[in-house]
Design a protein. Structure first.
Length: 256
């Protein structure tokens, strides 16, 4: 039920992440899973400062507040993957079985349909050296955008529910996403991230494939072989195992 959650709905915002970060800084008693939704975002953002394309009333764009007293900064990558797994499981509830099987996660938390991006997730947090105070998860789900509406550069890489021939209620979708997020976060708080990371690997299109990694200081190619206990990607370059904390990871075409 969507009514159990505290939700602020805005007609327009520059960025729901920025709005929610400001609210969290101003209110130490902000409720757990407080959510800000914008019908339109004028400065939506993705990983590594990339922009996020939004068509008014045709995306589900929102940010969720997670307050924690038990997680350390090393857990931030695992939390990001937790959100990806919970979002994918929620999407499965809203899709026919055959389409649900086509959903996969690309490291760290993009959700793809047949290689095209359906969901983008951005993690931001307030933390000290010792612990995370709170996390803001920005999530953008393409719901009602026609493929022709995407910018030309995105068209082959991005999709939406509508482009896949599926009608979806944004309200029902948000309720499912928040319920799955709440459930999995409770698992992480009580049992740790081991099972969640195993679920992520099962749902991943990254593990087992050759990837190219572009980080701030280097670029390399190798086979994505595993996650470490903190959710960082492990890539075998043939000469060493690289631990990827951040960067742009793309899956390379399979050689014929």
């Amino acid at each position: 039920m969507i009514d159990k959650y505290n939700i602020l709905t805005l007609e327009e915002a520059e960025s729901t992440n920025d709005t929610l970060m400001q609210l969290a800084q101003a209110d130490a008693e902000l409720p757990q899973l407080f959510t800000v939704i914008a019908q339109n975002q004028t400065a939506g953002k993705g990983q590594r400062g990339n922009s996020w394309f939004v068509s008014p009333h045709k995306n589900l764009t929102y940010s969720v507040f997670i307050k924690t007293e038990t997680l350390s900064p090393k857990n931030q990558y695992a939390v990001s993957e937790l959100v990806a797994v919970s979002t994918l499981e929620a999407l499965r509830q809203c899709l026919p079985r055959e389409q649900a099987k086509r959903l996969q996660i690309k490291w760290p938390n993009d959700i793809l349909v047949d290689g095209r991006k359906l969901v983008g997730i951005l993690t931001e947090l307030s933390a000290s050296m010792e612990r995370i105070d709170y996390i803001v998860m920005g999530i953008g789900i393409n719901t009602g955008i026609e493929r022709i509406e995407f910018p030309e550069d995105f068209r082959d890489k991005t999709t939406s529910f509508l482009a896949e021939g599926i009608a979806v209620s944004r309200k029902q979708l948000l309720a499912a996403v928040l319920a799955e997020l709440e459930k999995l976060y409770m698992v992480a708080e009580t049992e740790g991230f081991d099972k969640i990371l195993e679920d992520w690997k099962t749902l991943s299109c990254t593990i087992g494939n050759e990837v190219q990694v572009i980080s701030e200081d280097k670029t390399f190619i190798g086979k994505a072989v595993d996650l470490d206990n903190n959710g960082c990607l492990l890539v075998d370059t043939g000469t060493k195992i690289e631990r990827v904390i951040a960067g742009d990871v793309s899956i390379r075409p399979v050689k014929q």
